[in-house]
Ligand binder design. Structure first.
Ligand code: CUA
Length: 339
């Protein structure tokens, strides 16, 4: 009876561990892969998991065997019985770990090699980390005059490798889209590279993975993969300046935007607003979220955000701009026209 119960403990531990890992879902799981780079990382993870599982099971079995084997009467030691402990240590403590760690090391090297270079990337996108949002640039032209900016969304063609050039304007951030690849730091004054490839069109969540200050948690982003033709259309649209406002309320809103503090930090291409401290708002209405994934991009949330950004994301660099209700109404109409 005592022996039966003892064997249940390691079994329950292993079963519990399996049940926990099996449910690894969610929008930001490294085990739900959406591209080749993340697949390589997940393969390595599963290899290490199964090795650890097997090692754990064997170790627990040996421990159980040592604890519960029938006691023998004491006998005087012999040369053979003196060597037995040394043999256990040499096999279990030296040879076995050396083999296991060598196997894992070889797989790690091969994974690192596969992730190192994008080869011939279809596209290069520049991503700059800022407290606390992501500036995303699509470079164009030798003199970069055609370069356009968006924020917190990286649109890519599905099924193609995209190289990301990463840097930071303030502190160290870390780019992490778990379904697409591992983490890469964004460091001020330095350019790091990572590549991503989403196999199918879709929206893949990412997150800053290095503590970077008060609003580190609210520094999310989306990778949005389109069919290649749809991506080309999207990029062509991004390169367009903002369409002039059509209705009178939006026209008033544009005047509010251009005459208040908004214009000191934000740009809307096609107008006199060229500032780069905050996100480029040229096609703001086409984005999925506001404030780096903090809020859905709806009229109500946009109004709440402009009304009091410090309430929603305390410590962020957007100040509260005093506006009358009528001005806010017009400004919202203008910003929502920027699709
Ligand atoms: Cu940026 Cu954490």
């Amino acid at each position: 009876m005592r022996r039966g119960r003892g064997a249940l403990v390691p079994l329950a531990t292993v079963a519990g561990g399996l049940a926990l890992t099996a449910c690894g879902g969610g929008p930001q799981s490294t085990l739900q892969t959406h591209g080749p780079a993340a697949e390589r990382i997940a393969d390595l993870w599963w290899l290490m998991f199964y090795i650890a599982l097997a090692t754990g099971v064997v170790t627990l079995a040996l421990l159980g065997w040592a604890a519960f084997r029938p006691r023998r009467d004491w006998r005087p030691p012999t040369p053979e019985s003196d060597r037995a402990p040394t043999r256990w240590i040499l096999i279990g403590g030296v040879a076995f770990p050396a083999v296991v760690l060598s196997v894992v090391f070889v797989f790690v090297l091969s994974t690192l090699g596969a992730l190192a270079s994008p080869g011939d990337a279809a596209l290069t996108v520049e991503v700059t980390g800022k407290q606390w949002w992501w500036e995303v640039k699509y470079p164009a032209g030798d003199d970069r005059t055609g370069t356009v900016r968006t924020a917190n969304e990286i649109h890519v063609p599905a099924g193609q490798r995209v190289e990301l050039l990463l840097t930071s304007d303030d502190v160290i951030h870390s780019f992490w889209a778990p379904g697409l690849n591992g983490k890469m730091d964004l460091i001020p004054g330095r350019q790091n590279r990572i590549w991503i490839q989403a196999d199918t069109p879709g929206v893949y969540r990412g997150q800053c993975a290095e503590y970077c200050g008060l609003q580190h948690t609210h520094m999310g982003f989306r990778v949005i993969a389109h069919e290649p033709a749809a991506f080309a259309e999207w990029l062509a649209h991004l390169r367009q300046p903002a369409a002039p406002p059509q209705d009178s309320l939006a026209r008033v809103g544009q005047q509010v935007f251009l005459s208040r503090a908004c214009v000191l930090c934000h740009a809307v291409r096609g107008t006199g607003a060229h500032a780069t401290a905050g996100p480029d708002l040229t096609h703001l209405a086409s984005r999925l979220t506001l404030a780096a994934g903090t809020l859905p991009n709806t009229r109500g949330h946009l109004g709440g955000w402009i009304g009091n950004p410090q309430h929603i994301k305390p410590g962020n660099h957007m100040p509260r701009v005093p506006l009358s209700a009528a001005e806010l109404e017009a400004l919202l109409a203008y910003l929502q026209s920027l699709d």
